[in-house]
Write a protein that binds this ligand. Structure first.
Ligand code: AHR
Length: 312
């Protein structure tokens, strides 16, 4: 154990004093805010000078920030890509400048040799886990589902939709009646859910809402309450992220299930970078984080307290 700890310490030491540029998407959700703060914390612990750029949801800002990092000659670049396409040119520029790029939490539709590694969850699995929970919860009853999708063109929106549909396939009692983007934000989640409720007999015809993230689910919960219905009972609520607010909703009986997405993508990313810089060790191309299901049976108050304690 002592040897293992020493070698980790030596490996981590080679990041001390390095400059890493981080192009973050923005601050659209509680999960995103947690990822930002964990990344800053992880950088500080390793003595990394983190250059942080908030893209305010715009790919053009991310591309500009990455070009700025290249011009500054940073030692590495991390990027959480807002959408999947349109990255080839800027990633090629980073490659030509011999700056390793690490993708965080979202994927890109670009050749794999343009980035060192991608640290993310299995987003199709997240959708499947959420869908399987609903299949089990509903049993043989008929169930009309409404879906709040994430940002159009982002890998979590594409993959979480696919995984959920896969889980529901063959269960003809469950149908996705309506599906629209809520852009991963609480306010749009609420607004879109209000429209779904209006279109579905004041919400009486809706059996469940599947939200691609917890923030949209929290917005939907508010819309359900405003319509005089009980979220969690009249309309089941299932989502993804496991942020404190969804556990608070579970404690209140207003949310039924969430799939955890760890905000600590930077820890594994820095470990991979450290090994790569030490001796050229190529990391796994895809470092996959866990996708654990939480329901009200899993001590939501304790989960809330733990996450709040970690500063999420
Ligand atoms: O890319 C991860 C997703 O982005 C999170 O699930 C969501 O909350 C965030 O906005």
């Amino acid at each position: 154990l002592a040897t293992a700890l020493t070698s980790v310490a030596i490996a981590q030491d080679n990041l001390n004093g390095l400059t890493v540029g981080f192009s973050q998407i923005g601050s659209e959700s509680g999960w995103r805010a947690a990822e930002t703060s964990v990344t800053k914390q992880q950088a500080e612990e390793r003595g990394i000078d983190l250059k942080f750029a908030d893209a305010q949801q715009k790919q053009e800002n991310q591309i500009k920030a990455i070009r700025g990092f290249i011009a500054q000659g940073v030692d590495a670049i991390m990027v959480a890509p807002v959408v999947a396409t349109g990255w080839d040119d800027v990633l090629t520029e980073a490659k030509e400048a011999e700056i390793p790029v690490i993708l965080l939490d979202r994927g890109v539709d670009a050749p794999e040799d343009l980035y060192l590694t991608s640290v993310a969850s299995d987003q199709i699995k997240e959708g499947r886990v959420a869908g399987q929970w609903l299949v089990d919860a509903v049993g043989d009853a008929d169930c009309k589902v409404v879906e709040l999708q994430g940002t159009v063109g982002s890998t979590p929106a594409i993959n979480r939709k696919q995984g959920f549909e896969e889980a529901l396939a063959g269960h003809d009692n469950l149908t996705i009646a309506r599906s629209q983007t809520g852009d991963f934000t609480r306010s749009k989640g609420k607004e879109v859910m209000e429209g779904f409720i209006k279109a579905e007999n004041g919400g009486a015809d809706i059996c469940a809402v599947y939200a691609h993230n917890d923030d949209m689910a929290v917005g939907a919960i508010q819309a359900i309450k405003d319509a005089g219905l009980k979220p969690g009972t009249d309309i089941k609520v299932v989502s993804i992220d496991a942020v404190p607010d969804i556990f608070a909703a579970m404690v209140a009986g207003e949310a039924n299930a969430t799939v955890e997405l760890t905000p600590n993508m930077a820890g594994p990313a820095f470990d991979a970078l450290s090994a790569y810089l030490a001796d050229g060790t190529a990391p796994e191309k895809f470092i996959i984080t866990e996708s654990k299901l939480y329901t009200p049976a899993d001590n939501p108050q304790g989960e809330y307290d733990t996450r709040k304690g970690l500063g999420y």
